[in-house]
Structure formats: C-alpha cells, structure tokens
Design a protein around this ligand. Structure first.
Ligand code: PGA
Length: 255
C-alpha cells in the first residue's frame, strides 16, 4: 500500500453471523488486540448487532459498519434500513454491492450506485464491492468488468464525496472459498479499480482513494497482500470472526 497518499483500512464483514451477546464478547476480545493500530479498523455487522457493537466498541479504535443500506430515506420498504437510521445508531461505514448481495438478492450496478449515493449523502463511508466471477476472468473480461462496475457504482459521486468512498476488489471466486488471489492478481485488480477512478476523477484524486482487497484474506497471507502498492488493506469475511486472526491482519496493515 502507499501510505504517503492514502490510509489503510481493515474491515471485517461478519455476514450472517453472531448474536448481540456474541458481538459484545468478540469485540471485547478484539479491542486490546487492535489497540494502537496504524490503520483504520472497522467491523461491519448485522443490523441486529449494531447497538451491541457500538456500545462494545466505545472508547476503542474500532469503528462500526453495516452490511447494506437502502437508498430511500423512509417509506413503505419492508425489511429495509435507511442511511439516516444507521448514522443515528452510531454507524460510520456500510458495505455496498457485496457479491453475495449481487448473487442472491438481485443487487444490480444501478442499485449499488443508488445505495452508494444515499450512504455518502448521509455522511457514511461506503465500502463498495466489485469483482469478477471465475468465468468472467477465464474469458478475459476482468479489467473491463472491474472498470465498468467501479464507474457504474461511482456515477454522480462528486470528487469531494470520494473521500467517503472505499472500493473493495473482491474476486467472486476467492470469497469464502479458501482460494486467495495471488498478491499479484490482487494488485492488478486493485490497479484496474484505481485506473477507473483516475479515468473519472484524474490520477491525483485516484491516488488518494483506499482500495481494499477481499477474498479469503487471512492471518497467513495478509502480509504479502498489503505489501502490494495498490492494496490498501482488506475486507475480511471468515477471518474477522476470530479475534486473534483479525488482529494479525490489522497488524500487517499497520506496518
Ligand atoms: P472471506 O470473505 O474473507 O470469507 O473470503 C470476504 C468477503 O466476502 O468480504
């Protein structure tokens, strides 16, 4: 990562795991292990765990995120949660367009863009996920797809709002599979994302944007991944459910 122009961010994505009681216990275990980190530390948790997470993280360097947000401010949208509701609960970050949302819940590039705009307009930092499937990679579409998804997600986001945007490159074939992209593949994918941002906002602005890698990043491979110039931290699924493993990744990004 290039610490001269941007900040490394390690964000856990708990997915559909942990009750409020388990949330409190896990964050209490993590707090001393990640104290003093030289990177931002975020935990994105299920909606029902937000109150417990915000309470447990008080006074520590752990910031709390949600795993999704709706794009409307309020109204008849059963099951949805607005950006204002999240900020009112002490949430500062939100994951948007995760491949599991795209794959299982009908998320499209258009709705990813709407959610991203709603998040940054409310003052949340959006962690916007992009990534190719194995089939798309094998057909040679990785660069085209990553640039397309990035540009679609950031449509109508101003250069100023970009300060509240993190993009996470998450190859779909590496998520939850134990198959990690090589450090070079991660660096290349993150580089495509940064190029797309440069094409929209200019090279200098693109150099300031945090681009994470995600997909089976763990305590063993984090060092090598964050060593790459374009990898500004990670979005961590499985390994964020274990305090010790997560803290080792935070330490790798703090170097
Ligand atoms: P994983 O998940 O680390 O379990 O592969 C990453 C993610 O989905 O953000």
């Amino acid at each position: 990562m290039n610490k001269a122009t941007r900040r490394a961010v390690i964000a856990g994505n708990w997915k559909m795991n942990n009750t409020p009681a388990q949330t409190t216990a896990l964050i209490n275990e993590m707090k001393p292990l990640v104290a003093g980190a030289d990177c931002d530390v975020v935990l994105c948790v299920p909606y029902v765990d937000i109150a417990a997470a915000v309470e447990a993280a008080k006074g520590s360097n752990i910031k709390i995120g949600a795993e999704n947000v709706h794009f409307k401010a309020s109204g008849a949208y059963t099951g949805e949660v607005s950006a204002e509701m999240l900020t009112a609960c002490g949430v500062e970050y939100v994951v948007i367009g995760h491949s599991e949302r795209r794959q299982y819940f009908g998320e499209t590039d258009q709705t990813v863009n709407l959610r991203t705009l709603a998040a940054v307009n409310a003052g949340l930092t959006a962690i916007v996920c992009v990534g190719e499937t194995l089939e798309q990679r094998e057909l040679g579409y990785t660069e085209t797809l990553l640039k397309y998804q990035t540009k679609m997600a950031l449509t109508n986001v101003t250069a100023d709002q970009l300060k509240n945007i993190i993009v996470a490159y998450e190859p779909v074939w590496a998520i939850g599979t134990g198959v990690t992209a090589t450090a070079d593949q991660a660096d290349e994918g993150n580089g495509f994302v940064r190029e797309a941002i440069a094409e929209m906002y200019g090279k200098d602005v693109a150099e300031t944007v945090t681009v994470q890698y995600g997909g089976s990043m763990n305590a063993k491979n984090a060092d090598e991944l964050v060593d790459k110039v374009n990898v500004d931290g990670g979005l961590i699924g499985g390994a964020s459910l274990k305090a010790e493993d997560f803290s080792i990744i935070v330490k790798a990004a703090s170097k």
